[in-house]
Design a protein around this ligand. Sequence first.
Ligand code: M6R
Length: 610
Amino acid sequence: MCGIIGYIGFKQSLPILMEGLRRLEYRGYDSTGVALIENGKIVVSKKAGKVSELQSELKNYSSPSTIGIGHTRWATHGAPTDANAHPHKDQNGTIALIHNGIIENYQTIKKKLLAEGHTFQSETDTEILSHFIGSLYEKTNDLFTATRLALTEVEGAYAILIISSKEKDKIIAARKGSPLVIGVGENEMFIASDATALISHTKKVVYLEDGEIVQISNNSFITKTITDEEIEKQVHELDLSFEQIEKSGYDHFMLKEIYEQPDSLTNSLRGRVLLEEGDAKLGGLEQVSDLLKNTNRIIITSCGTSWHSSLVGEYIIEQLAGIPVEVEYASEFRYRDPVINKNDVILAVSQSGETADTIAAIREAKRKGATALGIVNAVGSSIARETAAGVYIHAGPEIGVASTKAFTSQVAVFGLIGLLLGRQRGLQIDKGRIIASELLSLPDKIKKALQSADEVKQIVNEFKDSSHFLFLGRGTNFPTALEGALKLKEISYIHAEGYPAAEMKHGPIALIDNKMPVVFIAPKDMLYEKVMSNIQEVRARGGRIIAIANEDDHEIDEFAEFVIRVPRTLSYFGPIINIIPLQLLAYYMALARNCNVDQPRNLAKSVTVE
Ligand code: M6R
C-alpha cells in the first residue's frame, strides 16, 4: 500500500530517498514525506499529493544529511492531507517514524497517551505509534529497545522505519504483515518496501520476516525477534535488472507491460513444456508431487485480477485433471471458518506475493493442517516464503497498478499445472501434446492480438463518453469478462460489469438500451452458438455490440457494430488472447478521458492491509 525507503551511508540521503520514492510511488500516491537528520536535528518535509509535488517544493534544498527515511502514502486513517502525511514525530520531536499498515489498537494506545498529556497533529494511527515509541524511548534511552517493547503491545500490520536525533547512526526497522527488504551496499545500507527501490544501488538483499526488528548502521545490521531472540539473516542476490523496471520508451508502465506479454508469456513457459511427452515440468512442485497425486480437492484463493485467473484455473484443472476445484476470495476465505481437510491443497495466487488477505488465507489453511502452495510473480515475496512450494510465473516486475501481464502468465501457469496433474491422472498423451503445443503457440498469438490497437482506438472514440459498459462471456471467457470490466473501471472510472452471458437475462438485461455498449467475448468454441443467441437478445433491445471474435469468423459481422479479431486458441487459453484487446480498450479509454493510467485514483499496486 504505502511505499517506504530508508538510507544510511556516506552520500547525501535526500536524492536517494526521492529517487526511491519515485520508484515506489505505484504503491501509494496520495502524499509524500521525508525525514532527515541534519545538524543533530530531525527535519521533516511532507506534502499531500504525488512525489513530484514534494520534489518541486524541495528543488532548491540541498541537505548534507547522510541518513533519512521517506514515505509515499495510501491513506487508511485520515484524509490525504499535509498533516496526515508521514513521517510523524513523537511528542518531543526526537524521533520520526514512517509506517505501512494499520495499527488496530491505536485507540487504546491513544487513550493512555492522552492521559499522559500527549497532543497530536494528525488523524493517523501512525502518529500514535510514534508517540508510543517516543514515550518508551524517554524511559529506556535506546531506540531499538523502545521500539521492540512498543511493538509487543501493538496489534495490526506494519512495516516501520524510525530515526532519532539522539542516535544519528542508525535506522530501526520492523515488520509484521507488510514487506521490508534491506539492500546491502559498501559502507551504505538501504531499506525499502520492495526491491524496485534498491536495484539501482545494490543487488544484495536481505528479506525481513514478520515479527523481526532490525537495527541498521552504514556497514552492519543486527536482527532480533520482537520477543528479543537474535537471528542470523541470509543475504540473497537479486535476479532483476534496472532496465526491467524502466519504461523503455513507452508512455506508461501499463502499455509497456501490455506489449511485453509475448515475452513475459515465453518466460512463464520456458523449459516447462514437454512437447514430445505431452506433459509439463514444474520444478517448484516436485517436492509436493505425492500430495498432488493424492489430493481430492484444490482450493484456489486470491484477490482482484489474480482471482479472475484463478477462476480460469478452476476450469483448466477440473477439465484436464478431473480434480474438484473451488475458488474463493481470500478476504472471505480467511474469516468464514472454511472446512479444510488435511490432504486438500490450497493454491494461493498473487502477483505481488504481499496481498494481506491472501497471506491471511494461507495462514488459515495451514492452521487447519492443509498444505499451501503459491503461484507468485514477485520472487522472494512473503507468499513465496510462506508456502511449502509453488510456481513462479516469471512475468517480470509489474509496476502499472492495473495488472496485465501477470494475468496472462498466471493463466498460462494454470495451463501447465492442469497439464501436469492431468497427465498424472489419465490424460492421454495425444491430448497432452495438443495442449503443450498450443501453450507454446500463445506468445505469437498474443503478438497478433496486439495488432488490434487501431480498431480498439476507434471503439474508444465512439464510446469515450459512455458512463457504463457490460462485458459478457461464457466458459473460460466469463472470467475474461470480469477482468475486462475490472480493467476498464480501474483506470478509466467507467462503471463496468462482467457477467456470464447467459446470466444477463436474469437481471442485467434491464440495463440495456441504445446507450449501453456491450462487449461480447465470442470465440468460435463449443459455446459460440449460445453466445450468438445472447448477442441477439441484446441487439433486440437496442444495445450496442462490440465483439471479440476469431479471425475466421465473419458470421458475427452481421450482428455486431464493432468486431475485434484475435487468433483462435483452445478454450482453456482463450482468456490469454481475448483479454489483450480488453486491456488495450481500458488503456486507450483512460487516455481519452485524461485519467492517470499508472496511478489510478484510490488504488495501490500492492494491498498489504485488510
Ligand atoms: O498482488 P496480487 O495479485 O495479490 O493483487 C491482487 C489484487 O490486489 C490486484 O489484482 C488488483 O485487483 C489489481 N489492481 C488489478 O488490476
